[in-house]
Design a binder for this molecule. Structure first.
Ligand code: PHB
Length: 384
């Protein structure tokens, strides 16, 4: 069995890469360890930079995104009992779009399969040989080897691709918090996202549709989900979003509940021989600012262009530049995500001096056009 590009992992990075390569006439096989239903239903963030929606649209999977995605022009920072709007579009000329990652995955799977794309679900990758190159995997009880020209490791933080790269240098930061995320069948209580800083902890009000709200609460990393019955979640959210003018949070049935750990992580370089890492396989950001999916999209866009040049002209110059090109953007997003996280969360170990600095920083971002513009241009995404 042979293909041009073996793609390990059928999340948004692997599926989009397969789609981008297909548009360039390059064959690929996607190997995904989970089944289709699992892949299409895992809940992740849902805030897309304008550059991300441009890539999805240009690659032919923008139809439902254009119909159902909610275009946003600003966000709210809420602290000290009051809201402060950051007018993203006025400050940057760009917009962001709310459209869940899980919907992008559904759109990509449907599009690839309709075009005769090869996605093998429940295929467990056993070994990646970055030099041969080849991928050995088990599918329906039999072991197969897929020979290829290149391997793309798009199998997330816990995948097998990164361990196949020898001599990686890694950088990481753990945080003393996690997010408890819920999906609720209730119309959002806000039109724009609310990022709330409160002494009880951070809270985020996001949305999925005019009828579905997405909400998050800062909790401790070892938090027990069973300690959070629905009424405790609503009470805590209401306390953290409370304003002096009596803003009200609408409540409704919670349909999904999960705890997301927070971590910053980068592995360098993102390439070894003919194996290229993309997305969470190479780097993780804390979810504040929703950069994870957007970074995965920029990685695979760079990789698809580099492979297209290689097959069109034989030149490997863009492939040779892949890791450095991606890492420049990755580190900018790492800094922004770390910055948003420390700006907005309540660190239980912080001393009074640190708390005063944090409040001054929030006041500055809320009142200075220069500071707000810095937040805004990172949030909407710097040009690819
Ligand atoms: C989400 O809608 O899931 C979301 C939005 C913005 C974030 C993180 C998550 O910063």
């Amino acid at each position: 069995m042979r293909t041009q590009v073996a793609i390990v992992g059928g999340g948004p990075a692997g599926l989009l890469l397969s789609q981008l390569l297909h548009r360039q006439g390059i064959d690929s096989v996607v190997l995904e360890s989970r089944d289709r239903d699992y892949v299409e239903h895992r809940q992740r963030a849902g805030m897309l930079e304008q550059g991300t929606t441009d890539v999805l649209r240009d690659s032919g999977v923008g139809e439902r995104l254009d119909r159902e995605g909610l275009v946003h022009h600003g966000l709210e920072l809420r602290f000290g009992g009051a809201g402060h709007r950051i007018p993203l579009t006025d400050l940057t000329g760009r917009t962001v779009t709310v459209y869940a990652q899980t919907e992008i995955v559904k759109d990509l799977v449907a599009c690839r399969l309709a075009d005769g794309g090869d996605i093998r679900f429940e295929a467990e990758v056993l070994e990646i040989d970055p030099s041969a190159p080849s991928v050995t995997y088990r599918h329906e009880g039999a072991v197969h080897t897929l020979a290829c020209d290149y391997v793309a490791g798009c199998d997330g933080f816990h995948g097998v691709s990164r361990p196949a790269v020898p001599g990686l240098r890694t950088f990481s930061r753990d945080y003393p918090f996690a997010w408890l995320g819920v999906l609720a069948d209730v119309p959002p209580s806000t039109e724009e996202l609310i990022y709330a800083h409160h002494e009880r902890g951070f809270a985020l009000h996001s949305l999925r549709s005019p009828k579905v709200s997405r909400l998050y609460l800062q909790v401790t990393p070892d938090e027990d989900l069973d300690a959070w019955p629905d009424d405790r979640i609503w009470t805590e959210l209401a306390a953290r979003f409370a304003t002096d003018d009596g803003w009200e949070l609408r409540e409704g049935p919670i349909t999904d509940k999960a705890i997301t750990p927070m971590r910053s992580f980068v592995a360098e370089p993102m390439r070894h021989d003919r194996l290229f890492l993309a997305g969470d396989a190479a780097h993780i950001v804390p979810p504040t600012g929703a950069k994870g999916l957007n970074l995965a999209v920029s990685d695979v866009t760079v990789l698809a262009n580099a492979l297209a040049e290689r097959y069109a002209s034989g030149s490997e110059s863009l492939l040779d530049a892949y890791s450095a090109t991606c890492l420049a953007r990755v580190w900018r997003a790492e800094h922004f995500s770390y910055w948003m996280t420390t700006l907005l969360h309540a660190d239980p170990a912080a001393d009074d001096f640190t708390r005063r600095l944090q409040r001054s920083h929030l006041d500055y971002v809320a009142s200075s056009q220069a500071a707000a513009t810095s937040l805004a241009e990172n949030y909407v995404g710097l040009p690819l």
